[in-house]
Design a protein. Structure first.
Length: 288
């Protein structure tokens, strides 16, 4: 499970080299929005060379249905990326189509079958918001779901997607929530979208902490300076872990109980499940 995914333009050797030392749990070499169409051929070559022998490096391709998407996949799959970030899917059918292409390309290039995951940015088209239940059981390659507000707000003609305090306006808060629930239904991690003001470390820390509170497992990052803030936000605090351990121990001592009292409050089985998940998360993070 990754806390931070850092976008890196694949047309910049300097930025890719720098990104390796930033401490992001995963990198996303971008062949889509941050690369001009005329630069994509060279960017594919740079991405393929950079990927060779590296772990947990993903590639954002161009949208399924475009000629660039096919060229992107053919360009990078020989170097076996950890996964493909799928932008602007029209529905889960695009993820299924991508999975089929990956089946063929893995076989062609001697990559372990099923190794390449898919992270779908599932809300960038208005129609896609109504199809999110389709990700449940769509493909075993689905590794995570994320969402985006910039393309979505542009598609509906909005003049903005946040209020004056920086909070998401209702249409985009809805898209964020639906992504979270779709990921839960599909039993994959939900990854929150980018925080665009990379100079506002305090605002990012608050946003990332709220994302973990809400159930997201990590965040997308657009600048190296954001990575450490995000990583720290998605590590459970000592107080949270201590409480989780007490909940688990209390239910272990009372295996027949459905509801118990602790610290003057009633806790039940959902609290136990949350505590167990928190402790499992801490164990995974300790192994990073």
């Amino acid at each position: 499970m990754n806390r931070s995914y850092l976008f890196v333009p694949a047309d910049s050797e300097r930025k890719m080299k720098k990104a390796a030392d930033v401490g992001a749990d995963a990198l996303i070499l971008d062949l889509e929005d941050s690369v001009a169409p005329a630069a994509r051929t060279a960017a594919r070559e740079r991405a393929r060379d950079y990927l060779a022998g590296k772990e947990n490096v993903w590639v954002r391709i161009n949208p399924i249905g475009s000629d660039d998407a096919i060229a992107d996949l053919k360009g990078v799959m020989p170097s076996a990326p950890a996964g493909i970030v799928l932008p602007k899917p029209r529905s889960a059918a695009d993820a299924v189509g991508l999975a089929s292409m990956l089946d063929d390309l893995e076989q062609e290039h001697g990559v372990e079958a099923g190794k390449t995951g898919i992270l779908a940015i599932c809300t960038e088209r208005p129609a896609a918001v109504f199809t999110l239940a389709g990700y449940v059981g769509a493909t075993a390659r689905l590794a995570a779901l994320s969402w985006g507000a910039e393309d979505l707000s542009a598609a509906v003609g909005a003049s903005g997607n946040r209020d004056d305090a920086g909070n998401w306006l209702p249409p985009y808060e809805l898209a964020r929530s639906l992504c979270l629930f779709a990921a839960g239904a599909a039993e994959v991690p939900a990854v929150d979208t980018v925080f665009t003001d990379y100079r506002d470390a305090e605002g990012l820390a608050t946003y990332a902490a709220n994302a973990r509170r809400d159930g997201f497992s990590g965040m997308l990052a657009i600048h190296p300076a954001q990575v450490d803030v995000i990583n720290r936000a998605f590590v459970p605090t000592a107080a949270e872990l201590e409480r989780a351990e007490r909940i688990v121990a209390l239910f272990a001592s009372n295996p027949e109980a459905g509801t118990l009292g602790m610290d003057g409050k009633m806790i039940d089985r959902p609290h136990l499940v949350q505590a167990q998940r928190l402790l499992q998360l801490a164990k995974r993070l300790a192994a990073l």
